[in-house]
Design a protein around this ligand. Structure first.
Ligand code: GCU
Length: 578
């Protein structure tokens, strides 16, 4: 059976010959994971009168796919364990065709079985993967079984501790994809770094016929560019293009057709340049200030995982209403609907992999997992011009063994994979000396943007007047983004002016924002902001029984989408930035 690890998924699945397997799936709930030694995927049938089996998909619960399993049955609310999913599907074996199973994401560990055989596995809850089933699929009926296990792993990415709800299951779309023997696996059609009219990229075909003619057709630009793949299946692409550049004001996208002799994939691609110049961030050559907000992939109103375009529209519309031109998708790649819709709505995207706080960097295999997640994220989103930042980690500590080397290596790999975007890592290693904030992190020498999480006014009390807060940057030649700041308040809890954090009041949170916006004037090289966070979100580590009840209440919006007083402070501040 050879290597049973899943493959990185082909790019742009939406443009492929797909059959959706979304919908109701049969399920076996297996909190103690006995199904593995029982081999439930074998689904034996009683042969003789004394045979019986203590499990079956028949007569069991049905779960929606895509969707987290925790919010579909009360008894699954806090499950961090195994759920077995089964989907029967019909298939025809077509000569010269290949068939793939594609998963948008399964949290956290997925093991996949087809017709009673294990065919692949994947680790990581927020990136796509595929498994080729050409040789495993049967003509007619097929039985697909997926073991989804969301147990936290010490050497996982993220590790065991994280401040969001651990939604488990098959959380994104599942598709069958049929291709010809040789198909277009991946491509990059973007403007060359620092250029506004030169497209530089490549097309990669996979299969037995690697020497192919390739064309890039952009009807609206009268582009009909011809090239050829080399024996490794890779074709270089470079051509002049006079186009309307993508920007938040004009989120222009072009229909782009990528054609090889045996495959055609069309996409909607925008063209823009993003770069830094000293402490400035330039979009299409002009300085831009990132008016951002953090978002978790949660449909707060449903208190469940956000999975659909409608969920994305709700969140992005709220961000737009706040006055944002950027969203930080925390702390992991969100679904493609979110990234594609943001681009259409003129909202720039900060994409991040969940290398979050306490990661076992020096444990064998961990850096490989980080690298795989980075490659999976970039392969999925590299043609999304809305994506302007790759973030390789959040709040990791320079004191953690192996961290610095791991992140330096990862930043170099990221630049190799894509040199056209900005790279950052988020620190909270700063020191507070009276009213001076000393920002340093050895990784900052390897990234384009200095990103700092600071909770002055909440976890860190103000040392004097906000406007007197001084910021000392070791790397003072790079743009700075305050990637998190804020505090908690329960919506509707209005107590009047107060200086008590324990009031959990809208007024206390509002004052934090007033003070922060005062301090921003004095932060050197400030090129962007991302308040933590757009909306209250679920987190099992938030235990305050009256004000939190399993929710992080740092939202500018409540879990019902209601605007807290701090919302208006942030909106007004963004309106003031031209
Ligand atoms: C951290 C972290 C977030 C967390 C936030 C908080 O900075 O990055 O994931 O939710 O602080 O404490 O609310």
């Amino acid at each position: 059976m050879g290597n049973l690890f899943a493959q990185t998924a082909m790019a742009n699945v939406a443009a492929r010959h797909t059959t959706s397997l979304n919908g109701k799936w049969q399920a076996i709930i297996d909190p103690t994971d006995v199904g593995t030694w029982r081999q439930v995927w074998k689904e034996p049938i009683a042969q003789k009168k004394t045979d019986f089996f203590e499990y079956s998909f028949e007569g069991g619960p049905m779960l929606n796919v895509p969707g987290d399993f925790n919010t579909q049955m009360p008894e699954l609310t806090y499950l961090e364990g195994t759920v077995w999913y089964k989907k029967a599907f019909q298939s025809t074996k077509n000569t010269g065709k290949r068939l793939f199973l594609h998963f948008g994401a399964v949290n956290y560990m997925a093991t996949v079985y087809l017709n009673g055989n294990k065919i692949g596995s994947h680790e990581g809850g927020f990136t796509p993967f595929q498994i080729e089933i050409t040789d495993f699929v049967k003509q007619g009926d097929n039985a697909l079984v997926v073991k989804a296990n969301n147990q936290r792993l010490k050497d996982g990415i993220p590790g065991q501790g994280y401040d969001w709800f651990n939604y488990g299951g098959i959380t994104r779309d599942v598709n069958l994809i049929q291709t010809n023997d040789t198909y277009i696996d991946d491509y990059c059609i973007q403007l060359k770094k620092h250029s506004k009219n030169e497209v530089a990229g490549w097309v990669k075909v996979i299969g037995s016929n690697l020497n192919q003619n390739v064309r890039i057709i952009i009807p609206e630009m009268n582009i009909n560019y011809k090239t050829k793949t080399k024996s490794n299946g890779l074709a270089e692409v470079t051509f002049k293009a006079s186009c309307k550049l993508w920007s938040p004001e004009n989120p222009t996208l072009y229909k782009v057709i990528i054609q090889s002799e045996t495959d055609t994939v069309s996409d909607e691609i925008g063209f823009r340049s993003i770069e830094t110049n000293g402490s400035k961030i330039l979009l299409n050559g002009k300085p831009i200030f990132f008016k951002g907000v953090n978002i978790h992939e949660e449909a707060a109103l449903k208190a469940a995982k956000a999975t659909s375009e409608a969920d994305a529209l709700t969140l992005l519309t709220q961000a737009k209403e706040l006055g944002c031109n950027l969203v930080r998708l925390a702390h992991y790649p969100h679904n493609e609907y979110m990234v594609k819709l943001a681009e259409k709505m003129g909202i720039m995207v900060w994409d991040e992999i969940p290398v979050y706080q306490n990661i076992e960097f020096s444990t064998p295999g961990v850096t490989q997992k980080m690298s795989l997640m980075l490659r999976e994220m970039i392969k999925r989103d590299r043609n999304r011009c809305g994506v302007v930042i790759w973030s390789i980690a959040n709040e990791t500590y320079t004191t953690t063994p192996g961290r610095d080397k791991a992140l330096i290596d990862l930043s170099k790999e990221c630049r190799q994979l894509d040199s056209t975007r900005l790279i950052t890592t988020v620190t909270c290693n700063q020191g507070y000396d009276k009213n001076t904030v000393n920002v340093w992190d050895p990784i900052f020498n390897y990234v384009d943007i200095i990103s700092v999480n600071e909770y002055i006014g909440w976890y860190v009390p103000w040392q004097g007047k906000p406007e007197d807060t001084k910021w000392k940057l070791v790397n003072n030649d790079k743009p700075v983004i305050l990637s998190e700041f804020g505090g908690e308040a329960l919506y509707g809890n209005k107590v009047g002016p107060t200086d008590e954090a324990n009031s959990w009041s809208e007024e206390y949170q509002e004052q934090i924002y007033k003070d922060q916006t005062e301090m921003f004037q004095h932060v050197p090289n400030l090129a962007g902001l991302c308040p933590w966070i757009l909306a209250d979100f679920r987190s099992l580590s938030r235990l305050q029984p009256v004000y939190q009840k399993g929710w992080n209440r740092k939202g500018l919006l409540s879990d019902k989408g209601e605007k807290k007083k701090a919302w208006y402070v942030m909106k007004k501040y963004y309106e003031s930035i031209k």
